[in-house]
Design a protein around this ligand. Structure first.
Ligand SMILES: [Zn+2]
Length: 364
């Protein structure tokens, strides 16, 4: 089987880069459809418009309805066509990006993704997660190409709530360990091929960047300031983890995350927070070196990522409920199958309980 790596054609990151959106967009067209939330528009429009004159690009703004559903995608396509737009920018969070990616794909037009938070590694990926209008998961829409450009204004991202950047670190924390497991098992990555040396190197760099910069970045954003550490973590969360997960592959940590979603109490937690705990569970399943486990737990404690079930909001641990989590995580088709050895739901249950005990042990 071929080795395949996917990537956006351009990745642009820097302080104040939002004002250059129209300049970058002029590479792809002349009329930019900007999909953003009502509140997001107030924050981003002044910068975008300030940089528009002289670029030859005109902008048309449209408010996002709140859910990445087929109805919303169809509505965005119709609005973009009515406005005569020849490219789409999704400015905001994950659901806006996914809607913009899907709409541009169906229209056959270029798409620029502009994250205003760094809470997940989804912006660079060739994937949209489609929900029903009511917000229930519907399906994954695998796209034939990654976004034409991803533009990250680090000034904007550093002003978002600190917990979002930390959640992004949780999502990025899993990347190296999942890519490593996939390489050991020769699993197929998210772009339909085998991992490359490049994807593995980016995944490793992602983990190292978090360890070196995570704590100071988490502290800096509590003051809403953008330091070099914050910029490094934004790159790790968005680009290194984005390429690392998609082209390295997903394994135990995300399967555990998916299992945890059956527990109502965890719904208040962000994706990356659950993935961080899932990473610890994966390491227990692998019986990883105690030094490695300690490094991961220390990192989580230092930046404020959960390492125990209680920290995930689960007040009372019920065995049958955790067994449900384990069964869902081990379900056929989920990425636990990418781990380099077979395991039963009972093994997963044991690893969840042990990970929780390890987390509690270090917290004391
Ligand atoms: Zn993730």
């Amino acid at each position: 089987m071929a080795q395949i790596i996917g990537s956006p054609s351009r990745y642009i990151q820097g302080k104040g880069e939002l004002k250059n959106l129209c300049t970058y967009a002029s590479n792809y067209g002349s009329r930019l459809f900007v999909l953003t939330s009502v509140s997001g528009r107030k924050r981003v429009e002044p910068s975008i418009q300030a940089g528009m004159p002289g670029t030859g690009v005109e902008t048309v703004y449209e408010s996002f309805n709140g859910e990445c559903s087929m109805n919303e995608i169809d509505r965005v396509i119709a609005a973009a066509k009515d406005a005569g737009c020849d490219m789409i920018a999704g400015v905001g969070g994950g659901k806006i990006h996914d809607t913009a990616k899907a709409a541009a794909h169906y229209m056959g037009k270029p798409v620029i993704i502009v994250p205003t938070i760094a809470s997940t590694d989804a912006p660079c990926s060739a994937l949209s997660v489609i929900y029903t209008d009511e917000g229930v998961f519907d399906r994954y829409l695998f796209l034939p190409a990654s976004p034409n450009a991803v533009l990250v204004d680090t000034e904007v991202v550093s002003k978002a709530p600190a917990r979002l950047l930390v959640a992004g670190m949780g999502d990025a924390l899993a990347t190296y360990f999942e890519a490593r497991a996939c390489r050991q098992s020769s699993a197929v990555n998210c772009v339909g091929g085998m991992s490359t040396l490049a994807a593995m190197a980016l995944a490793r760099l992602c983990y190292e960047t978090l360890l070196e910069n995570g704590v100071s970045a988490a502290l800096a954003v509590t003051e809403n300031v953008c330091t070099k550490a914050v910029e490094n973590v934004i790159e790790a969360n968005t680009y290194l983890s984005g390429i690392g997960f998609e082209s390295g592959g997903l394994a135990g940590a995300h399967a555990i995350h998916n299992g945890l979603t059956v527990i109502e109490e965890t719904h208040a937690m962000y994706h990356g927070e659950k993935v961080a705990f899932g990473t610890l569970v994966q390491l227990v399943l692998e019986n990883a070196d105690s030094e490695e486990i300690e490094a991961v737990v220390d990192f989580c404690n230092a930046v404020g990522l959960p390492t125990t079930l209680a920290q995930l909001g689960i007040k009372e641990v019920k065995a049958e409920q955790l067994m449900e989590v384990a069964e869902l995580a081990a379900a056929e088709g989920d990425t636990l199958g990418n781990m380099p050895f077979p395991m039963t739901p009972e093994d997963v249950y044991a690893a969840i309980m042990a990970a929780d005990a390890i987390g509690r042990n270090y917290a004391e």
